[in-house]
Design a protein around this ligand. Structure first.
Ligand SMILES: CC(C)(COP(=O)(O)OP(=O)(O)OC[C@H]1O[C@@H](n2cnc3c(N)ncnc32)[C@H](O)[C@@H]1OP(=O)(O)O)[C@@H](O)C(=O)NCCC(=O)NCCS
Length: 178
C-alpha cells in the first residue's frame, strides 16, 4: 500500500538519495534550482509517497513571483524506478494540485516534459511572457492556472519568494533541492 503524505524532517535523507539517483549530480545546476536554493517549500506542499518506511516518491512546490503574480513552482517530481508506471506520479500530481488550490494558490509553473505534464493541464502558452533566471527550453517551461485567468497579467522575470529557513544547516536538505 502506497501512502501519500506530507514530508517530515526524517524524510530528507531518503528524499535526497532518491533525487540523486533519479537526476544525478548535475541537478543543482538547473535553472529551476535558482528559485529553490536557500528557500523552504510552500507550507503543506512538500509531499512524499511511502511504502512502509521506504520513501518512493517526492514532489514539492515553492513560492515564486511570476512576473508580478504570486504563484507556485512545482518540482522536482521523482518516483522510485521500481514504482513507476502504476499511476503514482499521477496520484502525487493530483494530490499536490488539489492541496495547492485548497490553500488558495492560483497558478503553478514548472520546467518539465510537456507530454507528461500536459495531462494535468500544464501548457507552454501560459509562460510566453515570462522569463526564468537562467536558460530554459521554452517548450519545457509550462504553467497551469488553478483559477482561470490567474496568469493573465504575468510578464517578466520569475523570482523566488519562499521563506528562508531560520537554521539553514539543520534544514540543509530543504536548501539543496533539485
Ligand atoms: C515522470 C515520472 C514522475 C512519472 O511517474 P509514474 O509514477 O511512472 O507516472 P504515472 O504512472 O502516473 O504515469 C505513467 C504515464 O506517464 C508517461 N510518462 C512517464 N514519463 C514521461 C515523460 N517524461 N514524458 C511523457 N510521458 C511520460 C508513461 O509513458 C505513462 O503513460 P501511460 O499512462 O499512457 O501509460 C517518473 O517516471 C520519474 O520519476 N521520472 C524521472 C524523473 C522525471 O522525469 N521527473 C519529471 C520531471 S520532467
Amino acid at each position: 500500500m502506497i501512502h501519500i503524505d506530507q514530508e517530515m524532517l526524517f524524510d530528507v535523507g531518503q528524499r535526497e538519495a532518491l533525487l540523486d539517483r533519479v537526476f544525478g549530480p548535475n541537478r543543482f545546476g538547473k535553472t529551476s534550482e535558482r528559485l529553490r536554493e536557500g528557500r523552504l517549500p510552500a507550507e503543506g506542499l512538500a509531499l512524499v509517497a511511502r511504502v512502509g518506511e521506504r520513501l518512493v516518491g517526492t514532489l514539492r512546490l515553492w513560492h515564486v513571483n511570476a512576473g508580478g503574480v504570486p504563484a507556485l513552482m512545482l518540482g522536482p517530481l521523482a518516483i522510485d524506478p521500481l514504482f513507476r508506471g502504476e499511476g503514482l506520479g499521477t496520484r502525487m500530481m493530483r494530490e499536490a494540485l488539489q492541496r495547492a488550490a485548497a490553500h488558495g494558490h492560483r497558478a503553478v509553473i514548472l520546467v518539465g516534459d510537456a507530454p507528461y505534464y500536459g495531462r494535468f493541464g500544464f501548457s507552454a502558452s501560459l509562460t510566453a511572457k515570462l522569463e526564468l533566471p537562467g536558460p530554459v527550453d521554452p517548450a519545457r517551461f509550462l504553467a497551469l492556472e488553478l483559477v482561470p485567468g490567474a496568469l493573465a497579467g504575468a510578464r517578466g522575470l520569475v523570482r523566488a519568494t519562499g521563506a528562508v529557513p531560520l537554521f539553514p544547516r539543520v534544514r540543509d536538505g530543504h536548501r539543496r533541492a533539485a
